[in-house]
Design a protein around this ligand. Structure first.
Ligand code: ADP
Length: 209
């Protein structure tokens, strides 16, 4: 299965991404985590990446593509039959693509790899809900960008730059919109119900894996 999660900061895409990966056997590819790991490794463009993240700005597309492309290529290559004859492998893209040029690059990459995206799962919630969640988790997250002013900026960047991906995937007929202002289990249940209703051939039956 190949999915992407499109969601503003605080909507829970990390949590849902992990669950969808565990359920489907696909690789969870979290762009923010991979970029934070690059930043912490302190080599190459690490310092630059850390500065963009701390400000709540998007990391430039070319850097993101350099970090993400090999990971996506590897996940696409590990597809194969899983337990009970269900399909395993594929990927859950969490936080990538996040700009229109990234979406175009991701589509080009998929075409080169001979694969297609099954769905773009869009998790939505009101800004005040997202802000409250991010501030609530700030003390445990240890993230440089979980501060009130940076959170405001991240939400604005999301609306301006990532928001246009919602109509982009809707026009391609693969958008699945789910209300993220619910307990995590209800969000997961809604996503799985919506995915099960899609004409997909690759989905495992819930509970098998
Ligand atoms: P959140 O969605 O809560 O902002 P993430 O961990 O997904 O958390 O992203 C944190 C930061 O990592 C972003 O503010 C941005 O700086 C960087 N980042 C993550 N994904 C991308 C991407 N696809 N393109 C550019 N920057 C990204």
């Amino acid at each position: 299965m190949r999915l992407l999660l499109l969601a503003p900061p605080g909507a829970g895409k990390g949590t849902q991404g992990e669950r969808l990966a565990a359920w489907s056997g696909a690789t969870h590819i979290a762009a923010g985590d991979l970029l934070r790991a690059e930043a912490q490794a302190g080599r190459g463009l690490g310092h630059e990446i850390a500065a963009y993240q701390a400000r709540g700005d998007l990391v430039p597309d070319q850097i993101v593509l350099d970090v993400l492309t090999p990971v996506v290529v590897e996940a696409a290559a590990t597809e194969g039959p899983g337990k009970s004859g269900t399909a395993r492998g594929g990927y859950i893209l969490d936080g990538f693509p996040r700009t229109l040029p990234q979406a175009v690059a991701a589509a080009d990459l998929a075409a080169r790899l001979g694969v297609t995206l099954d769905a773009a799962v869009y998790l939505y919630a009101a800004d005040k809900v997202l802000t409250r969640r991010l501030l609530d988790r700030a003390s445990q997250s240890g993230r440089s960008d979980d501060k009130a002013d940076v959170i405001r900026h991240r939400l604005r960047v999301y609306t301006e730059t990532t928001g246009p991906l919602v109509p982009y995937y809707a026009e391609r007929g693969i958008l699945v919109a789910v209300d993220a202002d619910q307990p995590p289990d209800s969000v997961t249940a809604d996503i799985l119900a919506r995915l099960s209703a899609l004409p997909l051939t690759r989905l495992p039956a819930p509970g098998i894996e």
